[in-house]
Structures are given as C-alpha cells and as structure tokens.
Ligand binder design. Sequence first.
Ligand SMILES: *Cc1c(COP(=O)(O)O)cnc(C)c1O
Length: 366
Amino acid sequence: MTHPFLDLPPLSAAHFASVEDRVARLLGTEHDVVIMQGEALLPLEGAIRGTVGPGNTALNVITGPYGQTFGNWLRDCGATVIDLAVPFHTAVSAGQIREAFAEHPEIDFVSLVHAEAATGNTNPVAEIGEVVRERGALFYLDAVASVGAEPVLVDAWGVDLCVIGAQKAMGGPAGVSAVSVSARAWARMAANPGAPRRSYLSLLDWKERWLDGGRKVLPHAPAQLEMLALEACVERIEAQGLDAVMGRHRAAAAATRAGAVALGGGLEPYVHQAREAAPVATTLRTPAGVVASELVARALAADPALPLAAGGGALAKEMIRVNHYGPDATVEVVQGCLAALGAALAQRGHSVDLEGARRAAQDAWR
Ligand SMILES: *Cc1c(COP(=O)(O)O)cnc(C)c1O
C-alpha cells in the first residue's frame, strides 16, 4: 500500500516554479519570489546578510522581539545601526521614520516588521514605504504575521525584500518560507562582498543556480511535503478568496477586543488604538496583581485547545496573547477564549460580565 506522505513522486522544477508564482500573486508582486527550504528565519537572516555590510547605515524599527533580532544580525554584518524602538502598545508612524532620515541622511536600509504576533501591533507600511522610497533606501519587511490577515502589497508599497511564512494567518506549514527580491536588492547583493555564497543562507545561490537558468533545474531536492502543504494552503486561500480570509482575521481581532472590554475584570486591550492592533492576534493586558502566565494556565486547564499564550520574557507577567489566526480565526474560538479568560478571572474573585462579553464579541464580529 502506498503511504500518502511517503510514497510521493519527486517534485518537479515546473511544479516548484508554479508554487513560487502563486505566492508572488498573493503578494501582488512582479519581483522574483524565492521559496526557501526552512522556517521564515532562514530568508529573514539570508536577506539581511545578503544586502548589508560595513559601510551601510540601517534604520532598524523595533516594535517587538523580531526587531531586536534583526538589529543583532545587522550589527553582525558590520552595519551602523540606528534603532528606533517604540513602546509595544503602539505602532511606529511614518513621521517617526521621516525624522530618523532627517537626523541620519546616510540611512540606506530600513528593516521593519509589518505585524507582530508577539506584541499584537501592526505598522502603516504603505505610508512608511513612501518615505523610504523618497530617500532611496532599501526596504526590508517581515510580513510573516501579516500575510493572510491584512493586505501585503509588495510592489505598491515599494518593498524590496518581503519575507513571509505560511504558519500564521495563511494556515499553512512552518517549514518553508518565501522572500520577494527587487532588482535593486539583487544589485546590492551582487555588489556585497560579504553576501553569503555557496551557503544555505545564500539568496544569490538561488538566483544563479535557479532563477538565472530559467527555473529549469532545482539546486537540491526540495522539502517536498512542505512544498505540497504550501501549495495546498495557497489553493485554499484562493478558493475562499484572500479578502474573505483577511476579513475573518479582522473580525476575530475586533471581536476579541470588544469582548475583552465588555468582559471587564480589569482586562484591557494591550495596544491602545484599534487601528494599530494587528488582525492576526490580539494582546490583552492583565489587571494589576494578576500574572498573565498564571491566568492563561487556568484558562488552558479548562480548554487546552484554545490559542492562548502569555507574552514572552518579561511580558509573561502582564500580556495575554489570543492567537486567533489561521483555522482559529473563527467566532467560536474567540468566544471560547473570552469565556475561558472570564472564568479564570472570576475564579480569582474579579467581577466579570460573561454574557456582555459574548454579545459584544458577536456584534463586533458582524
Ligand atoms: C511568527 C513570526 C515569525 C516566525 O517565527 P516563528 O516563531 O518561528 O513562528 C517571524 N516574524 C514575525 C513578525 C512573526 O510574528
């Protein structure tokens, strides 16, 4: 008997290229799209190491933990790094980016995370892209948490390097990822003596061995199951309609936010402004004296399947993450999370309005 995961025919170059083309369509880009055979950190790191070296000045926007990681890679590459950190309860503004350029006209690279699942904020990429383009810098964007949850318009926004993974709002696999690369970004890489070459991190290898040869021969055996899963997940998004998928995420975020406010008990949206809150996941601030990780543990004891987590590191004390993405972007999951958090707060003696929360979430979903 053939096994559905194991006894597969080899994945052809044409098949691989067709998956790349579908991802390009999803991102609204005519740029080259390279699908990399690893989790999103692979292209995130490869794109920075490929384009940045000594002599570059990078503006690194920090709106959550990933910005911190990018800063470390940029410094590692020998770049001068200007960190622009904003509090996790807000987003960065295009005005702040403009000020940074005014102060440091030598900035020639900007790294930004579109939406942060870990902090629940989303940044105005379209407006920021305008500023970056005016100044001629290279624009690097981590769209892992935004793709599928909100529009990601690579060409319209002037993004030179856009990295996505399928494991969040796309509801797909975590083991492959993709990066779109503009002609300007390829030129920077070609001129960068420090860009990885003959390396798993190398985008130039993919250009020379795959793209420049007309995508006829794969450089090595692809991660076949993950490629098939990525194709299936893009197919499912196409079938449901990208707008419908994004609409589900937007509704889940609005319902979680409205439900948490109506629940009371001291729970508050972590991101102050609704327009700065990411559709992919909603973060909540616990009331004084309530440790977020303990509240989440209580809620999960009642229902371990709920997509609840405490914030990472120091945020574990005060931040709850409701990861309502992919298959969990449903009104039932949101209602389950609110009910479980409400019950956990009530156990601790907080007064909560469970029925009010349920109604508010239901109304906001529509
Ligand atoms: C989830 C995420 C990634 C990928 O990281 P994993 O923790 O491995 O899933 C990268 N960037 C951002 C902004 C993310 O939210």
